[in-house]
Ligand binder design. Structure first.
Ligand SMILES: C[S@@+](CC[C@H](N)C(=O)[O-])C[C@H]1O[C@@H](n2cnc3c(N)ncnc32)[C@H](O)[C@@H]1O
Length: 325
């Protein structure tokens, strides 16, 4: 397939522009930003008429649009949240969600998508970290932190994803859960806080970045979770043998082969017959977050894989470690 590299947004093909407009998010929720990051995630976009769009959307134009977005994000002076950066991420996520399933296989077969996807995942990881860092500081320093949290544009998205995850976990936990580790908690550890609240269980926040942990600790403390432990460790060599459940964030292990190496380590570092909930992605959503190769998880008993059919972006893989005998 020939990819028309180098178009600017002024030259976006009409069918892609149509997708963007269909997925335009309503404004006016008290914030002007519309970035759809962390969203480990969901958006509030409406469903698409796939019958019409299957005819209208061509794989090469989607790839061109993704490439253009990647170049524009690359050219941004910083990925800190702000109107220009928010707009680019907003377009990216809306595009990913809007492309009809019927086109996705062809897009994913194109060799160009591997290169563009790798770059976009890197940019998304940086953008998400910047967004979380900015909001963590806002919440931790606010006079009324809970009121500030309510201003976070994607609070509901976090809640919806966490509810999905808690539901998946409940399907596997046969005994009372006593301890949870959230690996890759990030500066704004809302998912971990929701899980702690929903399961009424202590959650250790694990991250390899001490600055992310400082920010996460301040947010947890200010929101009334003073007892959560902060653990500075790399998923690639952490000891996780004291937990009943380990949650692995989507952005832990983004480089080539890294996710697999981390999953291999966790299989031996977790307690025998403990539960792993690992965030993944499928289809075109893998340009935002890395996919887990479930077939390669031979050291685990894979219990279920949930691919949302709504606008939640992350899939989740639920697995149990072996008995260790
Ligand atoms: C941006 S946060 C957000 C988490 C996000 N909600 C998700 O599901 O991925 C991702 C965090 O993962 C951490 N991280 C990335 N790789 C890691 C690793 N190998 N071990 C521990 N933490 C890691 C980063 O430091 C960062 O703070």
């Amino acid at each position: 397939m020939v990819v028309a590299w180098g178009r600017s947004w002024h030259e976006v093909p009409p069918e892609i522009d149509l997708l963007f407009r269909r997925f335009a998010r309503p404004r006016g929720r008290g914030v002007t930003t519309s970035v759809l990051m962390n969203m480990s995630l969901t958006t509030n976009s409406s469903r698409i008429d796939t019958t019409t769009d299957r005819r209208a959307v061509r794989a090469d134009t989607v790839i061109t649009a993704l490439h253009t977005l990647s170049r524009e994000l690359d050219a941004a002076p910083s990925l800190e949240p702000g109107p220009a950066v928010d707009e680019l991420f907003d377009r990216l996520v809306r595009l990913v969600l809007a492309v009809p399933d019927a086109c996705v296989a062809e897009i994913m077969r194109d060799p160009a998508i591997a290169v563009i996807g790798a770059r976009l995942r890197e940019l998304c990881a940086r953008g998400e970290t910047a967004l979380e860092t900015a909001w963590a500081a806002r919440i931790a320093t606010a006079a009324t932190p809970r009121a500030e949290l309510e201003q976070f544009p994607y609070l509901d998205n976090y809640r919806r994803l966490s509810r999905m995850e808690v539901g998946v976990l409940a399907s596997a936990a046969t005994t009372r859960v006593r301890s949870v580790a959230f690996v890759g908690a990030g500066p704004l550890p809302l998912s971990a806080l929701f899980i702690a609240g929903e399961l009424n269980v202590p959650v250790d926040l694990i991250d390899r970045d001490p600055l992310a942990l400082d920010a996460a600790g301040a947010v947890a403390h200010t929101l009334g979770y003073p007892d959560l432990r902060l653990v500075e460790a790399d998923a690639a060599n952490a000891d996780l043998s004291r937990y009943d459940i380990v949650v692995l964030a989507a952005l832990v292990g983004t480089g080539p082969g890294e996710k697999q190496r981390i999953l291999a380590h966790l299989a031996s570092a977790m307690a025998p017959r403990s539960i792993l909930l690992a965030r993944s992605a499928r289809g075109l959503r893998t340009v935002l977050y890395p996919a887990i190769d479930v077939d390669a998880m031979t050291a685990y008993d894979v219990l279920s894989v949930v691919h949302p059919v709504n606008d939640v972006i992350n899939s989740v893989v639920l697995a149990r470690t072996s008995s260790g005998q």
